[in-house]
Design a protein around this ligand. Structure first.
Ligand SMILES: C[S@@+](CC[C@H](N)C(=O)[O-])C[C@H]1O[C@@H](n2cnc3c(N)ncnc32)[C@H](O)[C@@H]1O
Length: 253
């Protein structure tokens, strides 16, 4: 059996169901390339009966993917994924391949960054548009990201902007870097983000989390703890959301 197991963002987020499957596993494969985790991932060893190994992207794609699926034919293999396993990750093809090859698949859900952002910031969940990921503009400029932000703004919807993570190269985009990239693109296109409200979200749900709202260009002035970071671009907040921005997201007067 291949178990896709969400581990949330901290060892405190493990569900009873997650612990049950960690205990049953012959082997726990830890994805440590799709997100950062508050605790040292070796803390999972306390709950796991079987061997614990760390996987890079190549271990879960191509040949690596096929050998994992074959192993799961006869053993209980748990793939432990930060957040919720199928939200904004690259594990869908592994699941589809396993099902195609007749290997039993189980999904154990946990807290995702999308859920955390929507429920913690005081913005209404049904007022969010399409989520985007902002990547470093090294190979191409991420025009499609800013175009989606514009489309969401036109539809009076907020945008969650996840930020580039290249953990194998120890690179994680910060809020000030993201603001700079977005404002440069905006200068080339519609020039409308200077007066747009945004929320910088750093280490949400970690013990030292910081959430700060302000006009997008002003977010570079704040001292956020290290990544993981995200941004929320706010569109036409309702009065109750405006109260949330002031009280929960500390929007200055
Ligand atoms: C690929 S997504 C993670 C998806 C994960 N499967 C989930 O369900 O949450 C990784 C991105 O989420 C954001 N992120 C993750 N944890 C975060 C946190 N605690 N606070 C702020 N942003 C976070 C960052 O932008 C990071 O680059």
């Amino acid at each position: 059996m291949l178990v896709f197991l969400g581990i949330g963002y901290s060892i405190r987020h493990l569900t009873l169901e997650a612990i049950e499957y960690l205990r049953k596993a012959d082997k726990v494969v830890i994805d440590r390339y799709t997100s950062l985790y508050e605790d040292d991932l070796s803390a999972l060893a306390e709950y796991a009966r079987g061997e614990l190994v760390y996987a890079s992207r190549k271990d879960l794609e191509g040949e690596g993917m096929n050998s994992l699926i074959e192993e799961a034919r006869f053993k209980t293999i748990v793939l432990a994924v930060p957040g919720d396993p199928f939200i904004a990750t690259t594990h869908d093809s592994l699941r589809v391949e396993a099902v195609k090859k007749g290997v039993e698949v189980k999904v154990v859900n946990s807290l995702s960054i999308l859920t955390l952002i929507q429920s913690r910031l005081g913005l209404q969940a049904y007022r969010f548009g399409k989520t985007v990921t902002l990547v470093y503009p090294d190979f191409f400029k991420p025009y499609s990201t800013i175009e989606t932000i514009y489309e969401n703004l036109n539809r009076r919807l907020h945008t969650i902007v996840l930020l580039d993570l290249r953990l194998e190269r120890e690179k994680a985009m910060t809020i000030p870097e993201a603001v700079e990239i977005l404002l440069k693109l905006d200068d080339e296109l519609e020039n409308r983000l200077d007066n747009t409200l945004a929320i910088g979200v750093a280490r949400l749900s970690w013990r030292d989390e910081r959430v700060q709202a302000d006009l997008l260009p002003r977010l570079v002035r704040y001292d956020f703890p290290p990544p993981p970071h995200s941004l929320v671009i706010v569109s036409n907040p309702l009065p109750v959301e405006m109260e949330g921005l002031k009280l929960i997201c500390k929007l200055p007067n």
